[in-house]
Design a protein around this ligand. Sequence first.
Ligand code: 5RP
Length: 260
Amino acid sequence: MDWGMKNRLSQLMPNGRCFFMPIDHGYFQGPTTGLEKPGETVKPLLPYIDALFCTRGVLRSAINPVTSKPIVLRVSGCTSMVGKDLANEEVTTSVDEILRLNASAVGVSVFIGSDYEKETLRNLSKLVNECEDYGIPVMAVTAVGKEMDKREARYLALCCRIAAELGARVVKTYWCEKDFEKVVNGCPVPVIMAGGPKCNTELEVLEFVADGMKKGAVGINLGRNVWQNPHPVAMAKALRSIVHENRTAKEAYDLFKEFE
Ligand code: 5RP
């Protein structure tokens, strides 16, 4: 691996672990609750996260460029919640733009099993071809669109493996209750857990994250369960303690209670 690629990955994943904060939801669902002013939302959370995941539009308009926080740029889109098919994505951002914005990595969704499987996998492959030339890691996002019931191990393992085979340096996927270790073990590159819809309790979030980390995930990309929580900073501290300090869910919950 070249120096630039290694350096970017190690900034994104200090000690091989990571807590990414996604604020990219607006790219297909508009002004999401809690993200109306994304710059304000993330300001108090920045000390606890390893990278921000956002589009170029939010980056330029809402994030202070005087930051050392690595950026994972969301570079797929062109669909919406109210359109015909969320899977019909394209790559939105050129490599020139990715470099200009000093992104440390890029993220692109793949919709495996959808009508646009091939197009989204082609998006991933082309992006890998272009970004590898500059040492920029590509993170594949195994998206399920509105079909949340697809979040089971066999399907997720298939998606992660295909994304890795096409050259993704990291893969973001969903945690699942049963056989999550099979998802991680079948994927030759690091796996990061996505958040999914807001859980009912804080403990539920902390428990799935701790379980996923125990089963081999390298980190999390969790948004709504943090910034839609009434105590986002306490939640961020608790999650960080699981990812970077190996705390159990119970210990992390005690930390949450301390800071809520
Ligand atoms: C959507 C994404 C988002 O970044 C991510 O899944 C949203 O995070 P959360 O579900 O935790 O709010 O990639 O495809």
